[in-house]
Design a protein around this ligand. Structure first.
Ligand code: BGC
Length: 781
């Protein structure tokens, strides 16, 4: 078995971890998390302990918390939101002749877990010898259903290996379970100390239900469990429920070599409005449907759902088995984060851990949604519907900040601003344009007019309106947007951040176009011709700072005149810089936390000439330290475009392995959805050279030496497209749907029923750019 440096078996369609490593528990729980966008279960053991961080999450379910400020200021959000670890239904404890099964004691003779990207399940196989020498095999398999959104199920089997044994199985619903804290904010500790207040509990036969609400946010949640038991002998069973615990107990004598098998079904739901009886009824019904469906059919449906997904979304990489696995792992988790969110946000950690308080950021629109738009467009539309559903809050926030239109939050669960750090909470305004960009991409890729009329136009109009008050014309007639925080958070309150200005420009133009396409909706939104003219003019006059002397664009006005950060004098242990140097110092130096201008060049490719792209890229590479996991993917895409293919490959590997190799040392808190999605961006937008502007799909593929063949699939306007790239040619094949026109290295081709193979023009190598000392991309081995 070949394993990676962290002990995962390298295999194309699954991730296997053998052996018990208590130190690795936090990490593997995030990596083995199962979710469907609505419900998420961290990969903790059934027996509950040992545990790194227990975690069961319902998307959108949060508790309010007070936000800490040393000094008050106008417009600071007073209350934040934090994700709650809801009632844990994963727990199935086992007693073997009175000894609790706990792998910290006795011996785990065999122990492995497998996350299977095709079955959509997490399997476990453990042989455990108790401290007094009793030996059992435990097998389990669990799923969070993609097809029945409220449902999870666990099949759990125990087999005595040496002797007949008395086994006791306790299957629990446990609310307010203790969660070890990894933060030092006492206010957060208060919010999360026993956050659930009991409303109702009941138990009967093999089933039980618990209903709770959160103390401050007043949201209600319910969970119900039911079971099927298969065993030769006659079991003694009892069930009971109290406020924070419901338990089914099964005591049974099992002969050596025979098995007891318990299948546990869980139904979860939450609501801000529904009553306790209504919510209880909802989870009971979900459970009844689950039982009716049964384990085998649930498994089969899960498999079928994933077969469909992979048939339209798979990526194949020949030449690097570890990256092949990493990319499928990444796609699997992106799917898990967004598949059934259904008008809820996609948090930056998905539903894999409590990191970033469970908030969503621009990560969703700029990194995750491009992937979903081309692989599972419905899920992308749903995530944008969530933004639309929060428009009133965004309008209120704009009003509070003195702006027109809507201002979407930098980070949030419910649509209210949750950032207590004002240089982002009030100044990272690019999030508005990022949302607009995702709307434009989604509309171009799907032609979903229903969405456009119901949500898209309004999102574009209200975000466009915000730029009118956020910017102004200077005496030379330029439209400027001053005092913003761009993607690079090591510059704040900068004037004319080029990323923000270019994305705002697109936002203004696209709002105008959408209003022309849908005049009746525009009228409902009280948009008139003069307003449209105003947007177009601002877009036309948008100021894009450029340093003539250096021949490069300025990330923001004056940036290239700042002192350079002294990279040579910065030792490796001082990264990430924000934890070791004052922001004040970072803000006034040339040092870039994460791709900013490079991201602008990839998202707005027509705003730069090829020569400018190459020069800009090299200039900013020397300053970019990648203190954010969002950086590597954008750098990879642009490195590939400007001809640094081997650097592009290294950044790709870094993005793809960020979580599997725990490169930022925080996977314990959840996976990084943006960098997982980024792995896809590197393949499709980077090596595939795909661009999607102006309603047109173009490709400029080029492979680095380390990849022999790259194949990917996307959905474009309902048609399935397969692209296969080798060293010297690319083949485009229509898998389904109508023919369409695409561009390959500048040449137009109509893709019909016959696959088209086109040569890849040669590109001369360019010398690699200088990188900040000690900040070369992660290189394996
Ligand atoms: C990055 C942001 C990102 C956030 C959440 C920060 O470190 O700088 O761009 O949105 O993490 O992932």
């Amino acid at each position: 078995m070949t394993t990676d440096c962290r002990g995962f078996e390298i295999a194309p369609w699954h991730l296997r971890w053998c052996g018990l490593d208590l130190e690795a528990l936090h990490r593997t729980e995030s990596i083995f998390a199962l979710a469907n966008g609505h419900l998420g279960l961290r990969g903790t053991f059934e027996e509950g302990e040992p545990v790194g961080k227990p975690g069961t999450y319902l998307n959108g379910f949060y508790e309010k918390r007070q936000l800490p400020y040393a000094e008050a200021g106008y417009g600071y959000p007073e209350e934040g939101q934090t994700v709650v670890n809801v009632t844990d239904g994963k727990i199935i404890r086992l007693l073997v002749e009175d000894e609790p099964m706990d792998m910290r004691y006795g011996e785990a003779v065999e122990h492995e877990r497998v996350l299977d990207f095709r079955s959509g399940t997490l399997r476990r196989n453990t042989v455990w010898t108790s401290p007094t020498g009793r030996c059992v095999r435990i097998r389990s398999e669990r799923l969070v259903s993609f097809t029945e959104r409220a449902l999870a199920a666990i099949r759990y089997e125990v087999e005595p290996l040496d002797d007949d044994l008395e086994l006791v199985i306790q299957s629990d619903l446990l609310a307010n379970e203790p969660v070890p804290t990894s933060h030092n904010d006492p206010r957060l500790a208060v919010a999360l100390d026993r956050p659930l207040v009991a409303d109702f509990c009941a138990a009967r036969d093999f089933a039980a239900v618990l209903v709770h609400h959160t103390r401050r946010s007043g949201l209600h949640m319910a969970v119900a469990m039911d079971h099927e038991l298969e065993v030769d002998a006659t079991p003694r069973c009892s069930v009971h429920a109290e406020e924070d615990l419901a338990r089914l107990t099964v005591a049974v004598d099992v002969a050596k070599g025979r098995r007891v098998r318990l299948t546990k079904y869980l139904g979860y739901g939450w609501s801000s409005r529904r009553s306790v009886p209504a919510l209880r009824a909802q989870v009971d019904a979900a459970l009844a449907a689950g039982l009716e469906t049964g384990w085998d059919t649930l498994l089969a449906r899960q498999r079928e759902y994933l077969d469909n997904f992979w048939s339209t979304a798979d990526i194949e990489i020949d030449g690097d088995p570890e990256l092949q696995q990493a990319v499928r792992f990444a796609l699997f988790h992106v799917l898990q984060a967004g598949a059934r969110g259904e008008s809820r946000a996609i948090p930056s950690k998905g539903l894999t851990g409590p990191g970033y308080d469970g908030h969503s950021f621009w990560d969703t629109e700029t990194f995750v949604l491009p992937v979903l738009t081309y692989t599972m467009p419905m899920a992308a539309g749903d995530a944008l519907r969530w933004r639309h559903a929060t428009l009133d809050r965004a309008r209120r926030r704009a009003h509070e900040l003195g702006h027109t239109g809507a201002m979407f939050p930098w980070r949030s669960i419910n649509g209210d601003e949750g950032s207590g750090y004002w240089p982002t909470g009030t100044a990272a305004v690019h999030v508005n344009a990022d949302i607009a960009d995702a709307v434009v991409r989604y509309l171009a890729a799907t032609g979903d007019e229903h969405f456009e009329r119901g949500c898209g136009v309004e999102l574009l109009v209200e975000t466009a309106r915000s730029w009118v008050s956020q910017g102004h014309y200077d005496t030379a007639g330029n439209f400027r947007i001053d005092g913003v925080t761009g993607p690079d958070e090591y510059s704040a309150l900068a004037d004319n951040n080029i990323y923000t200005n270019l994305m705002a420009q697109r936002n203004l133009d696209e709002a105008a176009e959408a209003c022309v396409r849908q005049p009746d909706i525009a009228e409902q939104l009280e948009v008139d011709a003069e307003e449209i003219r105003g947007w177009r003019d601002r877009a036309k006059c948008m100021y894009l700072p450029y340093n003539e002397k250096l021949g490069v664009h300025e990330q923001s006005e004056g940036f290239t005149e700042h002192a350079r950060w002294d990279f040579a004098a910065t030792p490796p242990e001082k990264y990430p810089l924000m934890l070791h140097y004052p922001y004040f110092d970072l803000y006034r130096k040339q040092v870039v936390k994460q791709a900013d201008l490079s991201l602008a060049m990839y998202l707005c490719p027509n705003a730069f000439t090829p020569e400018q792209k190459a020069r800009n890229f090299d200039y900013y590479e020397a300053l970019t330290v990648r203190d954010s996991s969002l950086s590597a993917a954008g750098q990879s895409v642009m490195a590939a475009e400007v001809g640094h293919l081997s650097l592009a490959f290294d950044y790709f590997a870094e993005a793809a392995l960020t979580d599997l190799h725990d490169l930022h040392h925080n996977v314990a808190n959840g996976l990084h959805m943006a960098s997982l999605a980024g792995a896809w961006l590197c393949c499709v937008f980077g090596f595939g050279g795909m661009r999607d502007h102006g309603g047109e799909l173009s490709f400029a593929p080029r492979l680095p030496a380390n990849i022999e063949r790259l194949a990917f699939r996307i959905i474009w306007r309902g048609s399935g497209l397969a692209v296969e790239i080798t060293g010297d040619s690319a083949t485009y094949r229509l898998l389904s749907g109508d023919s369409f026109v695409l561009r390959h290295h500048g040449r137009f081709t109509t893709l019909g029923n016959v696959a088209v193979t086109l040569p890849i023009p040669r590109q001369s190598d360019r010398p690699e750019p200088l990188l900040p000392a000690g900040r070369a991309p992660y290189r394996r081995g």
